[in-house]
Design a binder for this molecule. Structure first.
Ligand SMILES: [Zn+2]
Ligand SMILES: [Zn+2]
Length: 154
């Protein structure tokens, strides 16, 4: 028997399970994006940067492999703010909506996308809370998900 060759029909690899394309976009609709398959991880991030950039108590981030994420419309309406040395927050210049976050120091090669920016936010759900050391006192979780003081473990 020979080893299976690179078959176009067998594309399921860890982290890219499923080939369903999920669409999403900003508030005004000028910027549109797609992600493919399920996120490799998803968390509620309670850090102060997420709070200040979104106006919310936490952001439900899904992490997708960079190659699974694509801006499909409105690329030139995007702006980027580097909130920390590793957090580059991309947002729509027209409506201010928080879109994806990239991290130049991330060797795992993922891009963060707010699950709430997806047209159907129910396609994935956060599995933990991160940065609870900065969580707002009146925004305590009512679920039993694991909580981490800072970043979730690798
Ligand atoms: Zn917009
Ligand atoms: Zn955060």
């Amino acid at each position: 028997m020979t080893e299976p060759t690179n078959s176009a029909t067998e594309t399921a690899t860890p982290g890219t399970a499923g080939s369903t394309i999920h669409e999403g976009g900003c508030l005004c609709g000028i910027v549109r994006f797609t992600v493919q398959g399920a996120p490799v991880r998803a968390d509620w991030c309670h850090c102060r940067e997420c709070q200040r950039s979104s106006g919310s108590a936490a952001i439900p981030w899904g992490a997708w492999p960079v190659e699974s994420f694509r801006i499909s419309e409105g690329q030139h309406h995007l702006s980027c703010f580097s909130s920390t040395y590793r957090g580059q927050r991309h947002f729509c210049r027209e409506c201010g909506a928080t879109l994806h976050m990239t991290d130049p120091t991330d060797e795992r090669g993922t891009v963060g996308v707010p699950l709430t920016a997806l047209d159907d936010p129910s396609v994935a759900r956060p599995t933990c809370h991160s940065w609870v050391s900065e969580r707002v006192p009146w925004a305590q979780a009512t679920d039993d998900l694991p909580a981490y003081e800072k970043d979730m473990p690798e």
